[in-house]
Design a protein around this ligand. Structure first.
Ligand code: ADP
Length: 303
């Protein structure tokens, strides 16, 4: 039976990992022995964090990605459940597979986050697994582009094909974050909303959020929107009709933790667009929610 649009979910597809966060009063010097202020485990991964924030904002949210069965993955499962994020269709991998772990150093004096990532052998989601999903459950699919261009092309084409005959079409957003993976730009043509990171832009010698959206709109399909968040300079968006929107940053009273600010921005922007808000309103909400997040440890306080 076809679900009403209001009952449909937002699916976030991509990475799930463990963040082991260490909070320091200043960035450590190499080869020193230093006391830190705090440490904690946190669920990370771009799509996983985006799915959390979508759930906290009130969307019916599902995460789909590869998932190990080790000790770390038990923590991640419990944590997804505690936020009400559904993950019934995750691609569960065998006993020899390890959860990727990010060791994160947060410098409390300026909120900066330095990430050391260890990916052992968790595979990428494959197309045959994606094909098992009943796409009629979703109104929006947010995709964190992973380095598996063939599988991701098949996945996005599957959604395009579904939309050809569906009455309620699924909107697709695509996040391109990591630099040095130009082959993933070929996915842009299938998305309604494309998020380009500052990190990727820096690598391509695009030096402002406005330059980024102007450069990337040329790669988009008609009617699509490109969005670029630019740290403490806010965000910009451009649609095919040439309408450039910008939003300033909404700085918190004290900058505490910027880890996951981009994923939070993406979630709040997608949330607003799902509610039928304009692109201008969407990126403004994105910056407001991300700014609020930067003033707190983790993102639990957004609930
Ligand atoms: P990430 O560090 O996760 O890549 P970005 O730097 O792209 O994230 O920031 C995403 C959004 O988070 C920005 O558009 C902005 O709204 C918000 N943000 C980031 N840094 C700050 C900051 N220092 N103060 C307030 N908001 C910020």
């Amino acid at each position: 039976m076809e679900l009403e649009t209001g009952q449909k979910k937002v699916l976030s597809l991509g990475m799930l990992c463990l963040d082991i966060v260490t909070v320091c009063d200043s960035y450590p010097k190499e080869d020193t022995d230093k006391r830190v202020l705090d440490y904690y485990w946190q669920r990370g991964g771009n799509a996983s964090t985006t799915s959390t924030v979508l759930a906290m904002l009130g969307e019916r949210s599902e995460f789909m990605g590869a998932m190990a069965t080790d000790l770390e993955s038990n923590f991640l499962r419990d944590n997804l459940k505690s936020y009400g994020v559904v993950f019934d269709d995750a691609m569960v991998c065998g006993p020899e597979v390890h959860t990727p772990v990010s060791m994160v150093i947060i410098n409390q004096s300026n909120g900066s986050r330095t990430i050391l990532h260890c990916a052992k052998n968790l595979p990428e989601v494959n197309f045959s697994h994606f094909q098992t999903l009943d796409l009629s459950q979703y109104k929006w699919i947010h995709i964190e582009a992973r380095p598996a261009v063939q599988a991701y092309t098949q996945i996005m084409l599957r959604v395009v094909q579904y939309n050809e005959t569906a009455v309620d079409k699924i909107k697709v957003s695509l996040e391109l974050e990591k630099p040095g993976r130009p082959e993933l730009d070929s996915l842009i043509q299938y998305a309604d909303v494309v998020f380009i990171s500052k990190e990727k832009a820096d690598d391509e010698r695009l030096f402002s959020k406005e330059d980024v959206v102007r450069a990337y709109i040329k790669k988009c399909k008609a009617g699509a929107v490109v969005v670029c968040a630019w740290g403490d300079e806010g965000a910009a968006a451009l649609s095919g009709d040439g309408l450039l929107c910008t939003s300033p940053v909404f700085p918190p009273e004290t900058l505490v933790d910027t880890l996951g600010a981009g994923d939070t921005f993406n979630a709040a922007t997608v949330f607003a667009l799902c509610q039928g808000r304009s692109v201008q309103e969407a990126i403004s909400l994105g910056c407001k929610v991300a700014g609020t997040k930067c003033g707190m440890k983790g993102n639990n306080g957004l609930r």
